[in-house]
Design a binder for this molecule. Structure first.
Ligand SMILES: C[S@@+](CC[C@H](N)C(=O)[O-])C[C@H]1O[C@@H](n2cnc3c(N)ncnc32)[C@H](O)[C@@H]1O
Length: 278
């Protein structure tokens, strides 16, 4: 079979097995197996593939059709222009979170800001900020040893090991001092919504997905904790779940945050909350 025929057959198979973006997934997996960039496949459409090349692809196609996330199969994910390792130790970073980081890049005025990322997962938020702000003093916490191990591997891969201090902590409990920015994309799914999640999402660690029966419990707890840990005028930036913004914005107002505002993601969901304290 040629490259083009393999792509067409894989795309058809993925469609039958309800894999979203079937053609794109097929291209990513074939490019991965051949060690090419996806775009380079287009220059090789007529080339016949050998059995040695097709063998590994079959395994990946089967796993993808059973719901294993593309990013786990590739072992990497692109985020804010950087390449991160990605596996089952932490949540697959979502494109919305890139929007949060982009907002923060324009929000951070002092290049020497003291920043903490709470629930860092694979480290995508904190390492993207570390790359952007070379003078910032940066820390990241997570409750999961697995996530912290992956985040530290990502720091090493990006040459940012010396830039970020990683610490195991439940929210801000094991941390000291005050920050100019507390950013968090914490778990925000209700345990009651487990049955409506896609099979891909269920490959993410439980601890990265579920917060409690409401879904917003951990975010609320951080909203309560943050005022004592923000420097005067410091910023709290949160990614939240669908339909959670109104009550969380009210919770911020009750706690006397100021400059409270929200921002929609590209899908029109109110996804990001920002507020200053003091
Ligand atoms: C939704 S994932 C987000 C990961 C990463 N920030 C991202 O945007 O891709 C939430 C992360 O919070 C961590 N986490 C869950 N409960 C926590 C807690 N109580 N304290 C600190 N981290 C927690 C999870 O282990 C997970 O890595």
């Amino acid at each position: 079979m040629t490259v083009l025929e393999v792509l067409q057959a894989t795309t058809a198979y993925f469609k039958k097995r309800n894999v979203e973006n079937a053609r794109l997934n097929a291209e990513h997996l074939l490019a991965h197996v051949l060690g090419r960039k996806r775009i380079e496949l287009y220059l090789e459409f007529e080339r016949a593939l050998t059995e040695t090349e097709l063998g590994p692809l079959r395994d990946l196609v089967k796993r993808r059709s059973e719901g294993e996330p593309l990013q786990h199969l590739l072992g990497t994910v692109e985020f804010c222009g950087l390449t991160f390792l990605c596996d089952k130790r932490a949540m697959v970073p979502r494109p919305e979170t890139e929007e949060l980081v982009e907002s923060l890049k324009s929000e951070i005025q002092d290049p020497k800001s003291k920043i903490i990322d709470v629930g860092t997962g694979s480290g995508v938020i904190v390492l993207s900020l570390a790359a952007e702000f070379p003078e910032a003093k940066i820390m990241a916490v997570d409750i999961s040893d697995d996530a912290l191990a992956l985040a530290q591997e990502n720091a090493a891969k990006l040459g940012l090991t010396d830039r970020v201090r990683f610490l195991k902590s439940r929210l801000l409990e094991n941390t000291e001092g005050t920050f100019d920015l507390i950013v968090a994309n914490l778990p925000y799914i209700s345990t009651q919504d487990r049955s409506i999640l896609s099979r891909e999402v269920l490959y993410d660690p439980e601890v990265a997905l579920f917060a409690g029966t409401r879904g917003d419990e951990l975010v609320r707890e951080l909203i309560d904790q943050a005022p004592s840990r923000l420097r005067p005028g410091g910023l709290l930036a949160l990614e939240v779940g669908l339909g959670q913004s109104d009550t969380l914005l009210s919770a911020m107002a009750e706690k006397n945050y100021r400059d409270i505002c929200s921002k929609n993601d590209y899908n029109g969901v109110t996804r990001f909350l920002f507020a200053r304290y003091g």
